[in-house]
Ligand binder design. Structure first.
Ligand SMILES: *Cc1c(COP(=O)(O)O)cnc(C)c1O
Length: 234
C-alpha cells in the first residue's frame, strides 16, 4: 500500500523530493519541472488535501468526472491558484465542456479535435492552452499523433487563434520497462527540438509514477503522478 488518505501531504513531499533528486542528477533546475497530481477516481476530500499541501495542478482523464467534482473543489482551486488539466483522450462532443473546465488540455491528437476546441474556445472568449499528444511507442492501442505527423499538426494548431500550443505530451509504452520509457521520452524531446525547440514548445508532459525520474532525466517539464500521491486506484 502506497498511501493512506491521511498522509497525502507527506506523499506529495516525497514525490517532490524525488523530483528534485532526479533534476539534480540530470543537472537541471527543480523549478523547471512541474508536478501534476493526477486525481482520476480520487475523492474530493483527497483532492482538497493535496491542494492544501501546495500542489499547483490537478489532472483528470475524464470530462464527466471532472465536471462532477468541479463545483466541490472550485473555491479551493481558485484560492490556491491550482490549475485543472485534462490528461486523457478527449472526444469532440465533449470539447465545449473541456474548454469550460480545464486550464490545459494535454491530449490534442487530431486536426478535427483542434478545430472543435478552437471553435468552442472562440465561443467562450477563451484562449485554450493545449499540448499535442504523440504516440512515441507506435503501440496500436495508443492515442496520439504519429511522430511523422507532429510537424504538420503543430502548424495546424498554431494557425488557430483561440488555441495556444505550449508543447508535447506522451504516455510511455506499456511494455519495455524503464528503458522502453526512456526511448519514448527521448523521442518526444527530439521531436520537440526538431519542431522548433524550447522557445516555441516549452512544455514536455511525460512521466508517471513508474517512470517520472527517467522522464526528468530526458527533459520532462511536467510529470503526471497519480499513484505515488493518492495510492493505488480502486
Ligand atoms: C492515470 C494517468 C497518469 C498517472 O498515472 P500513475 O501511474 O497513477 O502515476 C498519468 N497520465 C495519464 C495520461 C494518466 O491517464
Amino acid at each position: 500500500m502506497i498511501a493512506a488518505e491521511t498522509g497525502l501531504a507527506q506523499n506529495v513531499e516525497q514525490v517532490l523530493a524525488r523530483m528534485r533528486q532526479a533534476a539534480s542528477r540530470a543537472g537541471r533546475r527543480a523549478e523547471d519541472i512541474q508536478l501534476l497530481a493526477v486525481s482520476k477516481t480520487v475523492t474530493v476530500p483527497a483532492m482538497l488535501e493535496v491542494i492544501q499541501a501546495g500542489v499547483k495542478a490537478l489532472g483528470e482523464n475524464r470530462v464527466q468526472e471532472a465536471r462532477a467534482k468541479w463545483p466541490q473543489i472550485e473555491t479551493q482551486m481558485r484560492w490556491h491558484g491550482c490549475e485543472y488539466h485534462l490528461v486523457g483522450h478527449l472526444q469532440t462532443n465533449k470539447a465545449k465542456e473541456a474548454v469550460n473546465l480545464f486550464d490545459l488540455i494535454h491530449a490534442l491528437d487530431s486536426e478535427r479535435l483542434a478545430r472543435e476546441i478552437n471553435q468552442r474556445a472562440w465561443e467562450s472568449g477563451k484562449i485554450q492552452r493545449v499540448l499535442i499528444e504523440v504516440n512515441t511507442s507506435s503501440e496500436l492501442t495508443k492515442f496520439g499523433v504519429e511522430p511523422e505527423e507532429v510537424k504538420k499538426m503543430i502548424s495546424v494548431v498554431q494557425a488557430y487563434k483561440n488555441l495556444r500550443l505550449e508543447g508535447l505530451m506522451t504516455v510511455g509504452p506499456l511494455t519495455g520497462g524503464l528503458e522502453g520509457a526512456r526511448q519514448a521520452f527521448r523521442r518526444l524531446r527530439e521531436l520537440r527540438d526538431e519542431a522548433g525547440g524550447q522557445q516555441l514548445l516549452p512544455t514536455l508532459s511525460m512521466g508517471m509514477t513508474q517512470d517520472f525520474e527517467v522522464a526528468i532525466a530526458e527533459g520532462a517539464t511536467l510529470v503526471r503522478v497519480g499513484t505515488a500521491i493518492f495510492g493505488e486506484r480502486m
